[in-house]
Structure formats: C-alpha cells, structure tokens
Design a protein around this ligand. Sequence first.
Ligand SMILES: Nc1ncnc2c1ncn2[C@@H]1O[C@H](COP(=O)(O)OP(=O)(O)OP(=O)(O)O)[C@@H](O)[C@H]1O
Ligand SMILES: O=c1[nH]c(=O)c2[nH+]cn([C@@H]3O[C@H](COP(=O)(O)O)[C@@H](O)[C@H]3O)c2[nH]1
Ligand SMILES: NC(=O)CC[C@H](N)C(=O)O
Ligand SMILES: [Mg+2]
Length: 531
Amino acid sequence: MASATPAAPDHTPDVVLVVDFGAQYAQLIARRVREARVYSEIVPSTMPVEEMLAKNPKAIILSGGPSSVYAEGAPSLDTAIFEAGVPVFGMCYGFQLMAVALGGTVDDNGAREYGRTALSVSKPGSTLFEGTPTEQSVWMSHGDACSAAPAGFAVTASTDVVPVAAFEDDARKLYGVQYHPEVLHSTHGQQILEHFLYRGAGIAPDWTTTNVVEEQVAAIRAQVGTKRAICGLSGGVDSSVAAAIVQKAIGSQLTCVYVDHGLQRKGESEQVEKDFVAATGVQLKVVDAEERFLTALAGVTDPETKRKIIGREFIRVFEQAQAELVAEAGAAGEDVAFLVQGTLYPDVVESGGGTGTANIKSHHNVGGLPDDIEFELIEPLRKLFKDEVRMVGQELGLPEEIVQRQPFPGPGLGIRIVGEVTKERLDLLREADFIAREELTAAGLDREIWQCPVVLLADVRSVGVQGDGRTYGHPIVLRPVSSEDAMTADWSRLPYDVLAKISTRITNEVADVNRVVLDVTSKPPGTIEWE
Ligand SMILES: Nc1ncnc2c1ncn2[C@@H]1O[C@H](COP(=O)(O)OP(=O)(O)OP(=O)(O)O)[C@@H](O)[C@H]1O
Ligand SMILES: O=c1[nH]c(=O)c2[nH+]cn([C@@H]3O[C@H](COP(=O)(O)O)[C@@H](O)[C@H]3O)c2[nH]1
Ligand SMILES: NC(=O)CC[C@H](N)C(=O)O
Ligand SMILES: [Mg+2]
C-alpha cells in the first residue's frame, strides 16, 4: 500500500506572523493565535520587512520586548509594515513602537504598571472590545507609556495611570494594546486577540491539526518516494506521533529504531513494544547499545560533554541500524536515506536562537547532533507545540498512555546523575525514579504535573541513621514541575502525604540513599533538568 504519490499540494495555511522583539512571551502569543485556530509563526524583528511581506501574512502581531522605544539601538521596524495593507496588532513594546512610528507620543512619565491592572474600556463597541466588560483585569509589564495616540486612531481603553491603554484604526486595520492579552491573567485576553484576528483582520478560524497531518503525509510521500526511512522511536509522545504520521505516509518503507542505551527508566523498553507496536503494527528494531553508551560516558561529569556524547552515539547507532537494514534488504546504501525525528517547534525556536539568545543546553536531537550526519531529516512536527502534537496523536488514534505521557528527555537518566554515569548509579536511580512514578500515579497526579525528574547527586554524601546504625549515603532530588510548554515552569505543590510516602519508600527501598530533598525552584531561574 506504500506507494509514492504526487507531490504535496502547494498549500501554505493563512499565516499570522508574530514579530519577536525579544519578548518573554513570543511563543505564548503564537500558541494563543493557534488556539484561535489561525496558523502562526514567529519571526525575529531583525528580518527585513520585505521578507516578512513575502510570506504573504494575513496579519502581523508585534510582540513586547525589554527595550525602550527611544533607547539607542532599540529594535525597530521599517514603517512600510504599516502601509502594506496588512492588519497589524501591537502589544506592549509593539504597541509603543507603532505609536511612535505613526506620530504618537511615548515617554517614560513614571507611569509604571507591573502585574494585574484594572482596564477601563471607553469604546465598548470597538473592534477589539465588543462584547467584553467595560471594566476588566489585564496583565501589564511596562515602564514607558503612550500619552498621545497617533492621528487617525481612536483611543478605546485606559487605566488609572495610562491614558492610552488601547487604540484602534479600523480604516488602516491597525490596533494596539499596552498590556499582554496573551497571558491568562488578562481575563478577556484571548477574546481580544480573536477579535483582532476575526474582526480586525477578517481571518476565518479554520486551521486545525488535521490539516497538518494531511499536508505532512503528502509532503513525506513526495520526499521519500520509493526509498526507505528509519525513525528514532523512544516511546515518548513526539517520536510516537512522528512515526505514526510517517507510517501513514509510507507504510512498510518505515522502520522504527529504539535505542536501548541503558539510560532508560525501569520498564521503558518493554513499554515501547507493548503500547506503540501493539497500536500501530510498525516494524521495530531494538538496538542494545548500553555498553556503547556507558563506555563513551565513562569518566565524564560535565553536562554539555555528556549531552554531546549522547547525541553523537545516537546517530552512530542509527547509522549502524541503517547498515543492518540495507544488508537485510540487500538494497543499496542510499536507499535508507531518511531519519525521522520528533523535533517540536519550541526546539527549533530555541536552537534557531533569536539574535543574542544564550545557549542554555544542547538538546540531543538538535544542538547535540554531530556535524558529519549523513541522513536527510524528516521532522513532521517541526511547526507544532506539545499540546498540538497530543491532539494530532489523538486524531491518529494512538492510545492515551502514549498521547498523554509525560515528556522524558532522550539523554535519559544520563543527565539526571550529577556526576559520572555508571551502571550501579543508573540502577540506583532507576529504582528511586520507579518509586516516585508509582506513587505519583497512585495519587492520581500524572495529569496535574508536567513531569517529575528524579535526580541522583552522585558526588554528594550525607550522614544518616538507619536501623540504629550510621549511614553515609546519597541524596535523591525530586523535581516535580507544572508547565504549559517547558519554556517556563513552576515547582508543583504536591500534597505532603504523597511526598512523605515517596521519601519513606525511597530511603527504605533503595540502598545507599538516606535522604530525599524537594526542588522548589521555578524555571527561570532553574531549568527543569539539572544538567
Ligand atoms: N531511546 C531512543 N531511541 C530512539 N530514538 C530516541 C530515543 N530517545 C529519543 N529519541 C529520539 O529523539 C527525539 C527527541 O526526544 P524527545 O524526548 O524530545 O521526544 P520523545 O521522546 O519522542 O517525546 P517526549 O518529549 O514525550 O519524551 C525523539 O523524538 C526520538 O526521535
Ligand atoms: O529529548 C530531549 N532531549 C534533551 O536533550 C533534553 N533536555 C531537556 N529535555 C526536556 O526538555 C524540557 C525542558 O528542559 P530544561 O528546562 O531542562 O531545558 C524538559 O521536558 C526536559 O525533560 C530534553 N528532551
Ligand atoms: N513588556 C514590554 O513590552 C515592555 C516595553 C518597554 N520595555 C516598557 O517598559 O515600557
Ligand atoms: Mg523523550
């Protein structure tokens, strides 16, 4: 049934561009637009305006940003963007930039507002505010303020300290708000954003993840033709959904490769067989690569070095699997030319790095890839956020256990042992992790928390007393977090009795561990994983 079918239809969905001025929330804006069922992409503010317009956007959103519009070197934008006939919506910095560019006034007049603020709507029937209360709560975060709107704009909302908190020009389809409609604390934020998209810009809310599957299936068929592909399958949400899409496109030309690198959690390898293969009937090759990974990691303690080694070994194993497949099929080497990965949009945005973005850590499947990789990559989820990937998984009929699974990083327990990675330490951590997961599941908390890394501080020991004797063992760290997309996170307030149970069980059941500690750091400043 796997036949090469015609090329993908040349169908780019109506795109809304989110121009990023260094905002905390550019990804969040893009997600909110998609929640309004309109396709969106993020572009850096340094992209020339002609290039933005060449993407034929149906609307443009200007994000917030840390700079002051009048500061030297502050990011700016060619004013041609306001004259192209494309509807524009400015938020915070974007709003201020628009005000200045079109002849209004923005200054630092001491009108600072941070956090929850009361907004008064003065034109309740306006394009942005129709049907929303005249008094609403919005989220502000600014030091500069617009004191006079440009000519042609109606001022439609204000606050106690800011006279121009929103302005609208229906004739030119230009809109702006001083606050952040994208954060949940702005009570009618999503509605205002949708009013801009549907009423201001006249875009129909018809983007769904179903279109994504159709588009990807067609594109992959065209790309792969009669050749073969392998997919790195971890059993996680992303690679399972990616594999399911590719399988739909090329059927038996796909072989999934599960790398058992010895850094897995307890029961993980069996689960891949049980859940994914059972649900999809995909061809699976399991590679036992424990010795290879542990040898390569011997003596290494630096987190980035570990990540680079793991990324490299993954690719080497995929190459080996490719060679075996070729030998089995008696085909020529280039016939297995494609590697499918479950890379997501946040991975791409983060590693594509806006100008001046710091490299925090190399994710094994993006920044951790070796330079000499010869596969052509297929990444059907490159444009999607995690919650959208889950929706696609559901549409494809994958089981709940896979679709709702908590993320688990490719480098596995290798980046949850602070210190050198050895077999003994992995076994110890596997036990502790298993207990934590078992208790969290029993308490019904799996959907409430995003994930809960369990970390072994292998080079730390502390004194304890167990069975009336002195112990000198390792601490285990619990890192439960809640998050929308792993870009930011907060530590989960787990019930004390659940924490107590996990602590008691780990210290009783795991040899050489005499202490359990709880990580109560948000992200930022801490990342979710310790390395
Ligand atoms: N043990 C493994 N064997 C084969 N491929 C793997 C393995 N671990 C990770 N990968 C590959 O690396 C990619 C990125 O890993 P990542 O953990 O981000 O995604 P995932 O495991 O598919 O989903 P999740 O985020 O839910 O854990 C995967 O999509 C998969 O292609
Ligand atoms: O597949 C992966 N390969 C990696 O190298 C990697 N590093 C971190 N993570 C996961 O990404 C999310 C954010 O993690 P951090 O806050 O630690 O950066 C969290 O969900 C982490 O578990 C990874 N996933
Ligand atoms: N959040 C923002 O976009 C802030 C804009 C600008 N830096 C100000 O303080 O007013
Ligand atoms: Mg994973």
